[in-house]
Design a protein around this ligand. Structure first.
Ligand code: C5P
Length: 227
């Protein structure tokens, strides 16, 4: 308690991951990519042949999931976050659109979300936490210090995701990405369990026409002066 939290929620491809990482690095705080947990869970489920039709086994899997985040200093002195499932580096594997879609299907199950709650809250450690996801400000950290809801048009988000995948050497198709992003939006917004929506006290920021650095500079202005 008392440890500050900044939550960045928003749809897929809005730039929330980049913003959250920049803020964490700037402040020297911890970072939680909550979407990565759902993605790793989807990967583990597919390995064990568990489908979304088996919430009971998914709940157990979510509870026992051995997922770890390791932050390293990258070449450009920006921090790089690697994600491990057991001893396997799955940082790239979890970024595929298939994995994102599978994640959004199991993320609709209340049993799964409940099983991951405590694990996500455990990331709140001194001196502070910056986290990104769908329900960080509404469900997981409702008492957060600063809540941002970052959006962008679906076309712009597809374009960004396309660029991001290409840079990682992952094959992608822009039209298919647009359709998948639209499909994921519908699933994430219309589910009953922790749907994607801004918290009442969140600041909504549309990044469609903003460069990454503009978004970062804008949010710095909103940081409470006494953190
Ligand atoms: O943010 P990312 O695209 O990695 O998230 C993958 C999927 O995980 C999302 O489409 C969403 O369904 C789910 N998710 C969630 N709650 C979060 C983070 C992600 O339901 N806090």
């Amino acid at each position: 308690k008392g440890i500050p939290v900044i939550t960045i929620d928003g749809p897929s491809g809005s730039g929330k991951g980049t913003l959250a990482q920049q803020l964490a690095q700037h402040l020297g705080w911890h970072y939680l990519d909550s979407g990565a947990i759902y993605r790793v869970l989807a990967l583990a489920a597919s390995k064990h042949g568990i489908t979304k039709n088996d919430p009971k086994r998914l709940k157990t899997l979510a509870h026992d999931l051995d997922v770890r985040f390791v932050s390293e200093l990258g070449e450009t002195s920006a921090r790089v976050y690697r994600v491990y499932l057991e001893d396997l580096d799955v940082s790239n594997a979890i970024r595929s659109e298939d994995c994102g879609n599978a994640a959004s299907k199991i993320a609709a199950l209340p049993e799964v979300r409940e099983a991951l709650l405590r694990r996500q809250r455990a990331f709140r450690k001194a001196p502070g936490l910056v986290t990104d996801g769908r329900d960080m400000g509404t469900v997981v950290f409702p008492e957060a210090t600063l809540k941002i809801f970052l959006t962008a048009s679906p076309q712009e988000r597809a374009r960004r995701r396309y660029k991001q995948l290409k840079e990682k050497g992952i094959d992608a198709n822009l039209n298919r990405l647009e359709q998948e992003i639209a499909g994921r939006d519908v699933r994430d917004c219309e589910r009953n369990a922790a749907p994607l929506k801004p918290a009442d006290d969140a600041i909504i920021l549309d990044s469609t026409k903003l460069a990454i650095n503009d978004v970062f500079q804008q949010v710095l202005l909103w940081l409470p002066s006494k953190l």
